[in-house]
Ligand binder design. Structure first.
Ligand SMILES: [Zn+2]
Ligand SMILES: [Zn+2]
Length: 444
C-alpha cells in the first residue's frame, strides 16, 4: 500500500470488518480532508461522450443542445505529409476516435497524460490513448456492419462454436448455481483458452466481420457478440485503467511482473487499485449474468488492442513499445479481471454540476482509489465534491480524533428500509447509529 495520502487520517481495521479511515487528529468542519487529483480509470458514458469533455468532464446545456464539443481525436493514425503539423487537423469534424474535448488544452492533456509525449512528433498520432480509442471505434463500426450480414453457415467453425456455446452456458448461469472461487477460475481459464489466437499474427478489423459471417478456420473469434451499451462503457473504463498502468510502467522501465507500489500522485498507482476490495464473487453470486458480461468485455478489449497493434507501423518506437506492453496486459484476463472486480462497489459517479435542487445526471464514473477508503454511514462525517477531474472530500462537521471518517453511498433522506435496499449493491447491512435508531422505532 502507498503511504497514507492525507495527514488527516490513517487506515486501520474497523470493528465491523474490513478497513476504514480514522481521523488522526481533531478536524474542524469544512476541512479539506483529501484531494484526489485524477481518477485512476474513468469513462464518460457513450450517450454523453459528445457533450462531456473526456478530460475535465465539463458539460453544459449549451453544448448538449448544439450536439457536441468541437474538438476530438482522429479516427485514422495520421501520417506526416510534407512536414505538416497534423494536430491542427484534429477537430470534431469527420470521423473521429470517439472522445470529445471542451478545449484544445484538455485534448492535449488527455494525449500527454503520464506519457510526456505531446503529439507524437514523428507521426502526428494522438498517442497510445488516441490509437486505442480510434481502434475501438473502428472495431465497433465494422462489427455493426457485420451484424447485418446473414450468417452463411452458422457456427461452421468448430472454434467459433466453442466460443458461442461457452458464452451461452455462462448466460444461462443462475443464482442458485454453485458459484465458487474455483468455478470463477475455471471459467476464466476456459475463456482464455477459447479466445487464444491460433496463429501468431494479429487480427485486422475485417476479421470481426469474418468471424460473424464466413468460415475462417484460422481465426478464433474473439468477440462475435455485440456489446450492450453498458458493457461498452465498462470496456472503455477498463481500457483507461490499463492504459494508465502501461504508460506509468514505461516510465519506470519495470515490467508487468515486478511492479512496485509507488504512487507518484494522488490518483494512486496500480497497486493501490489492487489494494481495494475485490467484489467479484459476491457480485457474480448476486447477479450471475455479470460473469458472461465480464468475459465479453475482456474479449472485446483484447480484440481492440490487437487491432490497434496492427496500426503501429507508422508510430514512434515509444508508442510501439507501449502497445506491446498493453497487449501483454490484455492477452490474459488477469488485469482486466482485477479492474472489473474492484469497479463494482468502488467507483464514484461523475455527475453534472447542476445547481442544488435540479435533477442531475450521471455522465460517467471514475475510480479514485484513495477515496474508496471511506466507508458508508447514513449520517456521514464527510461529503465529496468534484472539481473537474479532481475529487475532494470535506468534513461536514467537527470530527474528533480517532473517529471513523465516512461518506454516504446512498440518499440519506430515504427511510431505513429504502437505504438498506440501496446498500445491497455494496453487500452489507448498515449498522450505523441512524439505522439502529430507526430500526428500533420500527423502521420506515
Ligand atoms: Zn475539458
Ligand atoms: Zn446506516
Amino acid at each position: 500500500m502507498s503511504p497514507e495520502p492525507s495527514p488527516c487520517f490513517s487506515i486501520a481495521p474497523t470493528p465491523y470488518g474490513g478497513r476504514g479511515a480514522f481521523a488522526s487528529k481533531h478536524i474542524p468542519k469544512d476541512t479539506l480532508i483529501l484531494s484526489c487529483e485524477a481518477p485512476y480509470a474513468s469513462v464518460v458514458c457513450r450517450k454523453f461522450r459528445k457533450e462531456v469533455c473526456a478530460w475535465c468532464f465539463s458539460w453544459s446545456w449549451e453544448v448538449a443542445r448544439k450536439g457536441n464539443w468541437s474538438i476530438s481525436v482522429p479516427l485514422e493514425p495520421q501520417r506526416v505529409v510534407n512536414g505538416s503539423t497534423p494536430r491542427k487537423n484534429v477537430t470534431g469534424n469527420g470521423p473521429n476516435g470517439g472522445v470529445w474535448f471542451c478545449q484544445e488544452k484538455c485534448r492535449n492533456d488527455w494525449i500527454d497524460d503520464g506519457e510526456d509525449m505531446e503529439l507524437d512528433s514523428d507521426t502526428g498520432h494522438a498517442g497510445v490513448r488516441g490509437l486505442v480509442n480510434a481502434a475501438l471505434e473502428r472495431c465497433l463500426t465494422t462489427m455493426e456492419k457485420g451484424k447485418t450480414r446473414p450468417r452463411t453457415t452458422p457456427a461452421s467453425n468448430g472454434i467459433e462454436l466453442g466460443w458461442v456455446s461457452f458464452l451461452q452456458t455462462l448466460e444461462d448461469l443462475e443464482s442458485g448455481d454453485d458459484i465458487s472461487p474455483t468455478f470463477l477460475e475455471d471459467t476464466w481459464e476456459r475463456a482464455e483458452q477459447l479466445s487464444s489466437f491460433s496463429r501468431s499474427s494479429t487480427p485486422t478489423v475485417k476479421d470481426v466481420v469474418r468471424i460473424s459471417g464466413r468460415e475462417n478456420a484460422k481465426m478464433v473469434p474473439l468477440s462475435p457478440t455485440i456489446l450492450s451499451e453498458f458493457e461498452l462503457d465498462t470496456a472503455r473504463f477498463v481500457l483507461s485503467g490499463l492504459l494508465r498502468r502501461c504508460i506509468s510502467l514505461s516510465h519506470t522501465a519495470t515490467s508487468l511482473a515486478n511492479e512496485t507500489s509507488i504512487s507518484t500522485n494522488s490518483a494512486g498507482a496500480w497497486l493501490d487499485v489492487l489494494d481495494l476490495q475485490d467484489n467479484t464473487l459476491l457480485h457474480v453470486q448476486s447477479k450471475p449474468h455479470i460473469l458472461a458480461s465480464n468475459v465479453r468485455v475482456w474479449a472485446f478489449i483484447k480484440f481492440v488492442v490487437h487491432s490497434a497493434s496492427t496500426e503501429v507501423r507508422s508510430l514512434s518506437e515509444k508508442t510501439k513499445h507501449l502497445v506491446q506492453v498493453l497487449k501483454k496486459s490484455v492477452d490474459s484476463p488477469h488485469d482486466t479481471r482485477a479492474i472489473l472486480g474492484r469497479e463494482h462497489g468502488n467507483v464514484f459517479g461523475i455527475w453534472d454540476m447542476a445547481p442544488e435542487g435540479v435533477d442531475s445526471e450521471m455522465l460517467g464514473w471514475g475510480l479514485y482509489p484513495f477515496g474508496s477508503y471511506f466507508n458508508h454511514d447514513c449520517e456521514p462525517s464527510l461529503h465529496k465534491k468534484r472539481q473537474g477531474r479532481v475529487m475532494e472530500y470535506y468534513a461536514l462537521r467537527d470530527v474528533c480524533a480517532g473517529e471513523e471518517l465516512c461518506i454516504s453511498y446512498v440518499d440519506n433522506d430515504e427511510g431505513v428500509d429504502q437505504r438498506r435496499k440501496a446498500l445491497r449493491e455494496w453487500f452489507f447491512a448498515c449498522g450505523c447509529l441512524k439505522c439502529k435508531t430507526e430500526l428500533a422505532s420500527g423502521g420506515a
